[in-house]
Design a protein around this ligand. Sequence first.
Ligand code: GDP
Length: 492
Amino acid sequence: MASSLTSFSDEARIALDTIAGRAAGLLSPSLRLGVTGLSRAGKTVFISALVHNLIHGGRLPLFEAQKSGRIARAFLEHQPDDAVPRFQYEDHVAALVDERVWPDSTRAISELRLTIEYESASGWGRMFSPGRLSLDIVDYPGEWLLDLPLLGKSFADFSREAFELAALPVRADLSREWRSLSAGIDAQAGADEMTARRLAESFAAYLKACKHDERALSTLPPGRFLMPGDMEGSPALTFAPLPDLSDGRPHAGSLHAMMERRYEAYKTHVIKPFFREHVARLDRQIVLIDALQALNAGPAAMADLERAVTEILACFRPGRGSLFTDLFSRRIGRILIAATKADHLHHESHDRLQAIVRRLAERAIARANFTGADVDVVAMAAVRATREGTVKQGRETLPVIIGTPLAGERIGGETFDGNTETAIFPGDLPEKVEAVFKDIKATPKAPDADPAIRFVRFRPPRLERTAEGVALSLPHIRLDRALQFLIGDRLA
Ligand code: GDP
């Protein structure tokens, strides 16, 4: 795989952008926090909860600046980038708090500026004016990030890998239709739009099928096939991998030549600008993963998640020597890999979940040969939808979680109505971390196999109100620990 990700002119442009950005930053310090993760990992919920807790002075004992009372106030301001859609914070909070429904998930990039006024912890810092930090939160689909490795891959590399992965046991049945369609096509015949479309649609349908709940497979590129943003239906998205040509180069005007050209256009017009304008400007990054879903789906899904995390880390990896990578390595200083939705487990299992994610991250770091940024992991719930209790069963006392399952959720024979609170024994995560990383080559679990964790989706919690009727902030698990790692040092 070629290692040069961008051409020199891209690098020069990023250098200028960065210098200008830093000069502006001297006037009003800002920190760009990227929030990513595959679809449904919990990005929207995380950002909404983070902002809500900071604005409303939530309970954040592990977030030092808040705990020691140094945060004077936090408020939303106009974001610096006019061309990026705003993160619809107010709508999302209204959904969570007023309607108790989960907000609409991330479909494209968006941004929000939260400004925090604080008092410095050091006497020296306090001599100057009160501290002020503008936190620019950039929400973007992890699917798009997984495109970055394509910059170093030719159409032939991309195609070969796509066919190899599609033939693995976990994906073979899902990809069968697309593979047989490809096998029946003469790629050296004249380019034909309808054939291109059929192939692209069939390939996209296979990628989407991999995302279904019971498979829980992570994503394969191209990311815009799953999350098109505003590019739905454009020619840059109307391509698909093709089998190796047995007779060398593609003929001029052939389907193969057209697909290759579109793949290159996708790199130039979709991946590069996204990388240059957004990812390369980030200072900190949180990568959300739905480890519970993968754990439940079995070892193959875990292996797949690990592969995705490896690729995501590789996107932030400083390589050797080039101006571009040097800049990049200086900028992303901290990366947090966060397993979300820990409120589906009893707290006794939180540390186990964190240990599993730590192992996954370590393996990914080793595989991606990653250096140059602090990486930490956390098991958390940005919004805690459950509380804990115990249930007596015979002589045993079982730890349970209590919440309101979403309407239509089922456990055993029971279907929930969305209004009834219920206690669930969620099951335990394995004590030995290694147990979940075995059997990497295993075939998917049978759909009726007993899952490790009893997984139902709960409604967002009912917020408690003070005597004056003010709603208290959103409950969470370890959101404060995440905040401390991501921005704590900038409020010291
Ligand atoms: P996105 O696609 O990354 O923006 O994902 P969302 O933030 O929209 O989250 C997807 C779904 O995961 C939500 O609709 C919730 O059902 C669930 N979810 C996300 N975060 C949490 C959490 O902290 N606790 C619980 N219980 N569910 C969550």
